[in-house]
Design a protein around this ligand. Structure first.
Ligand code: HTE
Length: 831
């Protein structure tokens, strides 16, 4: 139902016949001036670079939109199969430099800005990050849609247009302080509102069974409180190929007629206030990564996304094919990014049955051939369960449908394993143990034709553990799709000097076929090339130092080993293990144990979920340890510890080119994949890591000799749980004892007594799920190997080159090709 009327004045087709926009320096420059002066009303007296950023973005955006229309028309003409990536998070970061790179006008724009006396870098830094995600899961979605556009696949991203994205983090007295991220405050050049495609979403009310004139019983969902979903589209350009795909984000809006009714009843102020309740739905991103939250508003967000997106696709379908859905599954596919949008399974059933009168069997045929589910974590605390009571109150019709899906499903299980009552209990979509709960992962598996994990180990563990019963029933549904990252943003754009060196050496084919990086391998033995590699990497480290200096007074030594761990703060990622190592190094310095010493800067960054007390404590500990170490004259330049505040996409673009060592030190079996690990590797960092997630595949690709491995394997972790005795391990290891002594005597919290007691207690607990102490010795030994390796500069450079050369597998172009070959089966469309 359109929210505005667009029928009165329809333009003739000739309106679209306009000359193509120029791509030369003079065209770009002329357009820039027109926007700056005539649209934004600024002149040479304007002191803020913000308006120059805006004008430049308009120039670039115009050129995207031109190609966007062509892509749209090409898809329309071919009536091709399409895939839809449904995700509660799209962590896009900044758009400007990415758009310039993909349009192939970076040099022209640089020249144009230079001629006008403007610093392009400064303009680029004016853009706020679109931080509509928490971490890896949301950034993966962003890399995926980038690769879909580069591979010319007809894929639409569907998500929510949060008014407030991921909070911005500052550090006060060593502690995290959250500030709301009002990223839209200064407007958003990159989006276009498409009110004409507004959808209506139902909440609340109740259901009744009515019998129609033909005597057919139909369920109707009545007395609902409806909310409008208004789409905002963002162009997603492929790499220099003319394709521009769409990211469609939904914003919640109050119904206008509802307001009017109340207004007439004299409740104007109340009715305007009620708008708030409606618009609350897309107000804020939940800042939890791999953490459950059972809040009603979150379930409303999930349904809002699923329903709006499905209605949008169906409206399109009906517009072209009428109400014949027989080909729907052959032409449409929904990829569910974790269970967050998995209510789409029930919603598609509802739309087909209640609105389009299909019978259950036909609707299920279509739904279960249209949905595909990706799991991103094994952590039990992240597995979504919604109480049946909440579900019934908020979405009564959906709850009925889920019960019916479950009944059909359990009948299938029964016929497969007659009499196996325990299996029925285990597999039921409804968990009965602690009050009735809907297991969203099971709904997703039952309703999908494909279920995948995000790295080899992760997918194996899903099949053997978490989803074992389902794997036994439907082995053919299960598959692996190892994650990746887009090489456009994560090498070509964020590290132009390294990109140029690579292109000068092996050509530029790597940008769209990252396996070509292999051609760098022989150059690892070329002394002249190594010199160039070192120079480029040193410059990147210097840039990282300069970037840091803006926020910190601390001076870092460019020749030190840059040892970096940036990611969400979570106990399983074990930032604590990193800190224990730093304290160990500090101890060595204090005791003059400096034979074979390598100077080191340890950089740690990441946000903690605001309610995650232990994660916040770890941030405080890092900052306190940093304070002590960085101000100790004995330590001097030999060791620095820095917490990088407000880690985000645009920060990683500056950090990953300058890292020497990438810390990937999660407890084995806990990090589903990791993707930061890939960004570092691509930019020539070496990894110190456990056999977890994609680390395993990184090590396979680069070879064991170019990777610093440590720690228990996943199987050893599980075996050790039964007799894990951290206190005994501490007693047996003098180095570890010394580290624990410093922590326990309050050396890092002299005027803040007891604040780290709970941190110390978890480390020493035999029930510590992350078993940090178990891996200490092996980690310290691996770090010693790092220290020695870094002293052989030529050898280190060789390993750095080989890491980059072996990173080809970790392009999302490869990942998306696998999704397409194995799951979506789309045909690329030339534009
Ligand atoms: C994994 C990470 C993986 C990434 O997905 C993660 N899963 C979540 N967040 C991640 O970063 C997640 C967040 C909320 C609920 C459920 C899962 O931890 C992309 O690389 O290892 O697949």
């Amino acid at each position: 139902m359109p929210h505005r009327s667009f029928t009165k004045s329809t333009p003739s087709a000739s309106i679209t016949k306009i000359p193509a926009l120029g791509m030369k320096v003079k065209d770009l420059s002329a357009d820039f001036k027109r926007y700056y002066i005539n649209r934004l009303g600024r002149d040479e007296n304007c002191r803020s670079p913000h308006y120059a950023y805006e004008a430049l973005s308009m120039v670039v955006s115009d050129r995207l939109i031109e190609r966007w229309k062509k892509t749209y028309n090409a898809y329309r003409e071919q009536d091709c199969k399409k895939a839809y990536y449904l995700s509660m998070e799209f962590l896009m970061g900044r758009a400007l430099s990415n758009a310039m790179l993909n349009l192939g006008i970076t040099d022209e724009i640089s020249q144009a800005m230079y001629d006008l006396g403007l610093e392009l870098e400064e303009l680029i830094d004016c853009e706020p990050d679109a931080g509509l995600g928490n971490g890896g899961l949301g950034r993966l979605a962003a890399c995926f849609i980038d690769s879909c556009a580069t591979l010319q696949l007809p894929v639409v991203g569907y998500g929510l247009r949060y008014e407030y994205g991921m909070f911005s983090q500052s550090i006060v007295n060593g502690e995290q302080v959250e500030k709301p991220d009002h990223w839209l405050r200064n407007g958003n050049i990159w989006e276009i509102e498409r009110a004409e495609y507004t959808q209506r979403i139902k909440f609340g009310g109740h259901t009744e069974v009515h019998t129609n004139a033909q005597g057919v019983k139909k369920t109707v969902w009545l007395d609902t409180h409806d909310i409008l979903a208004v789409p905002f589209d963002t162009p997603i350009p492929g790499f220099q190929n003319g394709t521009v795909n769409t990211l469609r984000l939904w914003k919640a809006a109050a119904r206008e007629e509802f307001d009017l009714q109340e207004f007439n009843a004299g409740d104007y102020a109340e009715s305007v206030a009620a708008k708030n309740t409606a618009e609350n739905i897309t107000m804020v991103l939940y800042p939890n990564d791999a953490n459950e939250n059972g809040k009603a508003l979150r379930l409303r967000q999930q349904y809002f996304l699923a329903s709006a997106s499905l209605q949008d696709v169906i409206a399109n379908w009906v517009g072209r094919h009428g109400t014949d859905f027989s080909e729907f599954a052959a032409k449409n596919c929904f990829q569910l990014n974790d269970t967050h949008p998995s209510i789409a399974v029930a919603e598609l059933m509802r739309l087909l049955i209640d609105i389009y009168d299909l019978d259950w069997k036909s609707a299920w045929e279509i739904t279960s051939k249209t949905m595909a589910y990706t799991n991103h974590t094994l952590l039990p605390e992240a597995l979504e369960k919604w109480s049946v009571g909440l579900f019934q109150a908020l979405l009564p019709r959906l709850m009925e449908i889920i019960f019916e899906i479950n009944a059909h499903f359990l009948a299938e299980v029964s016929s497969h394993w007659p009499g196996d009552v325990d299996r029925l209990r285990r597999m039921s979509i409804i968990e009965e143990d602690h009050g009735q709960q809907v297991r969203m992962a099971y709904l997703a598996i039952v309703g999908s034709y494909s279920v995948n994990g995000v790295a080899e180990l992760h997918s194996k563990l899903l099949q053997q553990g978490l989803f074992k019963d389902f794997y036994e029933l439907w082995p053919q549904k299960f598959n692996n799709k190892t994650n990746g990252v887009t090489p456009r943003r994560w090498l070509a754009s964020c590290n132009p000097e390294l990109a140029k060196l690579i292109t000068d050496t092996i050509g530029d084919g790597w940008i769209t076929d990252l396996s070509e990086l292999q051609k760098l391998k022989p150059f690892a033995d070329d002394a002249k090339f190594r010199k160039q590699w070192q120079a480029v990497r040193l410059a990147a480290k210097q840039r990282l130092i300069d970037y840091k200096r803006e926020e910190y007074e601390i001076e870092l030594n460019v020749n030190a080993l840059f040892d970096v761990q940036v990611k969400r703060m979570h106990e399983y990622k074990r930032q604590l293990l990193n800190v224990l190592h730093v304290i160990h190094l500090y101890n060595r310095l204090k005791h003059g144990d400096t034979a074979s010493w390598t100077d080191r800067c340890v950089l740690i960054g990441g946000k903690a979920a605001p309610g995650y007390v232990m994660a916040k404590k770890i941030i405080k500990l890092i900052n306190n340890v940093a304070q002590v170490i960085n101000s100790d004259p004995v330590v001097d330049d030999k060791l620095k510890l820095v917490f990088l505040p407000n880690y985000r996409v645009s920060a990683m673009e500056k950090i990953c080119p300058g890292a020497d060592l990438s810390e990937q030190i999660s407890t084995a079996g806990k990090e589903a994949s990791g993707t930061g690990n890939m960004k570092f590797m691509m930019n020539g960092a070496l990894t110190i890591g456990t056999l977890d997630g994609a680390n395993i595949e990184i090590r396979e690709e680069v070879g064991a000799e170019n990777f610093f491995l440590f720690g228990l394997t996943e199987e050893e972790v599980e075996a050790k749980r039964h007799d894990y005795d951290p206190v005994a391990i501490i007693q047996a290891d003098p180095d570890l004892q010394a580290v624990m002594n410093l922590l326990e005597c309050g050396h890092f919290n002299q005027f803040e007594p007891d604040i780290f007691n709970d941190v110390i207690a978890t480390l020493k607990s035999p029930h510590d799920p992350w078993m940090t102490i178990a891996d200490f010795r092996s980690y310290i030994d691996a770090q010693k190997q790092v220290e020695l390796a870094y002293q052989d500069k030529e050898q280190w450079t060789k390993m750095s080159i080989l890491n980059c050369a072996a990173s080809g597998k970790f392009s999302t172009d490869r990942t998306i090709s696998e999704y397409n070959d194995g799951i979506w089966k789309l045909t690329p469309v030339k534009v």
